[in-house]
Design a protein around this ligand. Structure first.
Ligand code: NAD
Length: 306
């Protein structure tokens, strides 16, 4: 029976799945780095979140280790090249937060369209600003999605149900075209997406090619009064260019869940009345947390049964 050590807290549903599948599970969610180094040799697999650091020293001590399961997305805490060299399989759960992020983005779009946070702030100051708060409807508007992977697709599907026109751009068009067609969206080149979208949202990873992809030049190609959203990674939108465009009115509003500097983002940007901000909570739903644990449990079970 494969022995699994769970080194960081994960939702109990995933733990139960592993036990039901007959794996020998040890819950040791407060284990120190030193203790882990002594005991890791006994285990065939380890489940981690971001707390446990899987470095060369730990991998060298992990003489029976066959798999590392990271409940969550980021793998910065795992020495991936060395794990690969040692033949250790690494799993994570990027599928789990898709719906949570897509719903947050929709919430941001509704908020920008109907100025909900602004209205609420006014009410709390005793104001009744009915006229100032005439918004617009998102039905019939065009949503431009840059990066049509898991989250882009999930969001696009929901936006179509709300009666939006959806334009999608992805560098891997061959791979994603079937999903664009499936939901009735339209594949577009970037210039068309910029020129025709009322809302533009980015769902790409942060890479050298995507850093500041939404910059001064890109914004200049967008329609006047566009609304921009970033719930992907800070740095995909150039914050200096965004501030300039918010000042000029070229960009009417922005909604940001991620920032170039976290957890201390640019105050000038965050405090603007035409910017809605959330502190990187895209994956912050109960369902996504459950998903993180059950998705990696499923992957581990499959790994040990094949
Ligand atoms: P994914 O890998 O499924 O999709 C990303 C897509 O971007 C792919 O289809 C890829 O081809 C495309 N892409 C890559 N480079 C591109 C480029 N230069 N131009 C256009 N398209 C490009 O990823 P995902 O799971 O959908 O996640 C998308 C983003 O959301 C990632 O940055 C991820 O880190 C982030 N994320 C944020 C949160 C949060 O809490 N806010 C939670 C989960 C994921």
């Amino acid at each position: 029976m494969a022995k699994v050590i769970i080194c960081d807290p994960i939702h109990k549903d995933g733990v139960q799945m592993l036990r039901d599948a007959g794996l020998d599970v040890t819950l040791d969610t407060e284990v120190t780095a030193e203790d882990l180094l002594h005991k890791i040799g006994e285990y065939d697999a380890m489940v981690i979140r971001s707390r446990t650091k899987v470095n060369k020293e730990l991998l060298d001590a992990a003489t029976s280790l066959k798999a590392i399961a990271r409940a969550g997305v980021g793998l910065d805490n795992v020495d991936l090249p060395y794990a690969k060299e040692k033949g250790v399989e690494v799993f994570n759960s990027p599928e789990a937060p898709c719906n949570a992020v897509a719903e947050l983005v929709l919430g941001m779009m509704f908020n920008m369209a109907r100025m909900i946070t602004e209205a609420d702030a006014g009410m709390k100051q005793g104001k009744w600003e009915k006229k100032k708060l005439t918004g617009f409807e998102i039905q019939g508007k065009t949503l431009g999605i840059i990066g049509f992977g898991r989250i882009g697709y999930t969001l696009g599907k929901k936006a179509k149900c709300l009666g939006m026109r959806v334009l999608a751009f992805d560098v891997a068009l061959d791979r994603v075209k079937q999903y664009i067609d499936e939901i009735g969206a339209e594949a577009a080149d970037l210039d068309t997406l910029y020129a025709e979208s009322n809302f533009i949202t980015v769902h790409v990873p942060l890479l050298p090619q995507t850093k500041h992809m939404i910059n001064k030049e890109a914004i200049a190609k967008m329609r006047d009064g566009v609304h921009l959203i970033n719930a992907a990674r800070g740095g995909v939108i150039d914050e200096e260019a965004l501030k300039e465009a918010l000042n000029s009115g070229k960009v009417k509003g922005a909604a940001l869940d991620v920032f170039e500097q976290e957890p201390k983002p640019d105050e000038e940007l965050v405090c603007r009345s035409n910017v809605i901000c959330t502190p990187h909570i895209g994956a912050g739903s109960v369902e996504a947390q459950i998903g993180n644990s059950t998705v990696v449990a499923e992957k581990l079970i499959k790994f040990f049964s094949s």
